[in-house]
Design a protein around this ligand. Structure first.
Ligand code: ATP
Ligand code: MG
Length: 587
């Protein structure tokens, strides 16, 4: 084994989108008993454990993404359900890729998701001294040795899936020599890559992870927490199980790619006088359509400038989703609905959007905003007169009350709500046609003012029916369409950022293609001069609204007083509901 970090690659082949996970059907109300909770139930029943202790162990080499949310909700969720504890632990053993920026963002993101670790914030780097002592203990027992082959030679000796590995000529160094060399590795006497400490297990094992894996390597780089104190760093597999044991973890939940590493996890703990032997249990990682997930790929999106940063609202990072306006509660609901299973699958991103919509529908105040304004002059409405109409803040929440919206002679409506030549089934505004203005009145289009040269419609002339207060005509006549609008004199202009999937293809890496080739060129559309009703003038970053008939939007941190910026969180149309409906019809 060479001195590369031995974390397994976690790329999964692009599969077919599966419906919600195995444990999903029950919904969030009923406690879903997945295979992990079944194991824990059994451990508590038999008295193997009397308490439950889990941990969420991110490596601070990037921002957390929605896949991590699944692990966070599982680890913290299980601890909460059983009255146990969940630690936040940074697995910070690879100083070349790690950074405090990532540590800080991870802390903020887990907290934002709604979980607390109280005072149990740990770092694997805090255990470096203990881990060193344990390594010395392994050497003393004759179960670890310093290998001086080059990384290339170590690779050659490793063998393949079908062919056993070969033992290093340094494998049978004496314990004294190993102790001396390891001490000198720590003291900084050797260059990077000249020696590694390896566990002495079995070069013929069918499991390559057991063929004398490297457990320490020389890396003469500063660490973001321990500075220059160390020039040797423990490898992931060795560190992880020992950190779990030091913290008294009972159930160490991780993703499926670690399954083949479990024998090594257990081997290390079996050799050493550790306080306990946690049980590693693997579950399937979350994959989403139209998304790439691993931090390495997300870093590439940032570095190559395909997005504007880790918190770009098109990113599946928690920072991106937060900025996009996804409520943490919606992400928790999503994670509970997809459940945990042992089989890899890909979840349709429409399901996540559905859960976001469901939460925002219940909580976001409704407002009127005209994204593509077309001027309307109501000829029979007095100049200078301003009326205030009463608008409902959230029909889903009577407690949210009402607000007053100014109405006057000159308004904006959505350009797409008018057609000079309306096609069949277009019931909105057209010459001679009557429509309702939401909460206000009925208007009829009496004229169209156009640019003589281009033919572009510049403004509509209309007349209103004074006998239709709130849009209910005195004679009860039927009007098919209700349009949103904003009074021109009172409108607050804003910038709106309309987002679509970052990747046009559902499986960006299908057939081994580079995800760069399927980036959606229309994933961001910036619209300026959007006209908002004046109640939004004081809107603050993070606040969520439904722009009636348009979608859910939230205020972006780029906003400044007088220069509001909104992100479209999600449209109103629910493709997931349709998918589910179709599924029921089929089934
Ligand atoms: P990435 O693939 O993004 O680099 P990672 O597994 O290398 O992820 P870690 O920081 O080591 O990232 O992950 C912390 C925890 O989150 C681990 O227990 C890991 O198994 C879990 N995790 C990472 N990605 C997912 C995912 N897509 N679904 C579920 N759990 C995940
Ligand atoms: Mg990784």
């Amino acid at each position: 084994m060479d001195a590369k970090d031995s974390r397994p690659a976690n790329d999964v082949p692009a599969g077919n989108a599966a419906a919600a996970g195995d444990a999903a059907a029950a919904g969030d109300a009923a406690r879903s008993v997945d295979f992990i909770r079944t194991i824990i139930d059994e451990d508590l029943r038999t008295g193997k454990h009397t308490r439950v202790a889990t941990r969420f162990p991110p490596e601070p080499n990037g921002y957390l993404h929605i896949g991590h949310a699944k692990s966070i909700c599982l680890n913290f969720g299980v601890a909460e359900e059983y009255g146990g504890t969940c630690n936040l632990r940074f697995d910070d053993t690879n100083p070349t890729k790690e950074d405090v920026e990532y540590v800080d963002s991870i802390i903020a993101d887990v907290r934002w998701l709604g979980f607390s670790w109280d005072d149990r914030l740990y770092y694997a780097s805090d255990y470096f001294e203990k881990l060193y002592d344990y390594a010395v203990e392994l050497i003393r027992q004759g179960k670890a040795y310093v290998d001086s082959l080059t990384p290339e030679e170590i690779r050659e000796h490793r063998g393949t899936l079908t062919e056993a590995g070969r033992e290093s000529p340094y494998r049978n160094r004496s314990i004294e020599e190993n102790l001396d060399l390891f001490r000198r590795m720590r003291a900084g006497e050797f260059e990077d890559g000249t020696h590694v400490l390896r566990a002495k297990i079995d070069m013929a094992s069918p499991n390559i992870n057991m063929r004398d894996p490297a457990i320490y390597r020389i890396r003469r780089v500063a660490h973001h927490r321990t500075g220059d104190a160390w020039c040797i760093y423990p490898l992931y597999d060795y560190t992880h199980c020992l950190s779990d044991a030091i913290e008294g973890i009972t159930h160490s939940l991780c993703t499926l790619e670690f399954e083949d590493h479990r024998p090594l996890y257990d081997w290390v703990l079996d050799q050493l006088p550790v306080p306990c032997h946690p049980r590693q249990i693997e579950f399937a990682r979350l994959n989403l359509t139209h998304t790439v997930m691993s931090k390495r790929k997300l870093l590439r999106l940032v570095q190559e400038g395909h997005v504007q940063g880790w918190d770009d609202p098109r990113m599946p990072t928690l920072a991106g989703l937060r900025r996009r306006g996804y409520p943490p509660a919606a992400i928790r609901t999503f994670c509970s609905r997809i459940g945990v299973a042992k089989r890899d699958s890909v979840v349709d991103i429409a399901q996540l959007e559905h859960d976001v919509r469901e939460h925002l529908n219940a909580t976001a105040p409704r407002v009127m905003a005209v994204v593509d304004p077309l001027k309307v002059v109501i000829e029979n409405y007095p100049e200078g007169k301003v009326a205030e109409v009463e608008a409902v803040n959230n029909p889903e929440d009577p407690g949210a009350g009402t607000r007053r919206v100014p109405f006057s002679r000159v308004l904006y409506i959505e350009r797409e709500d008018f057609r000079e030549d309306p096609p069949k089934k277009f019931y909105r505004l057209a010459p001679g046609r009557e429509v309702r203005l939401r909460y206000a009145t009925l208007i009829t289009c009496t004229g169209v003012v156009k640019d003589e040269k281009t033919g572009e419609v510049l403004e509509l002339r209309c007349r209103y029916d004074p006998e239709s207060p709130g849009g209910s005509p005195a004679d009860g006549r039927k009007v098919k369409a209700t349009l949103h609008w904003v009074s021109a004199a009172h409108a607050v202009p804003a910038e709106v950022r309309l987002y679509a999937h970052l990747f046009a293809a559902p499986f960006p890496e299908e057939d081994g293609r580079d995800f760069k080739d399927v980036l959606n060129p229309d994933s961001l559309k910036v619209v300026r001069g959007v006209m908002l009703e004046p109640s939004l003038s004081a809107a603050r970053p993070g606040e969520a609204y439904q722009f009636e008939r348009q979608g859910y939007f939230c205020v972006d941190p780029d906003s400044a007083p007088g220069a509001l910026v909104f992100n479209r969180t999600v449209t109103l149309r629910d493709t997931w509901a349709k998918i589910e409906q179709a599924g029921k019809a089929d089934g």
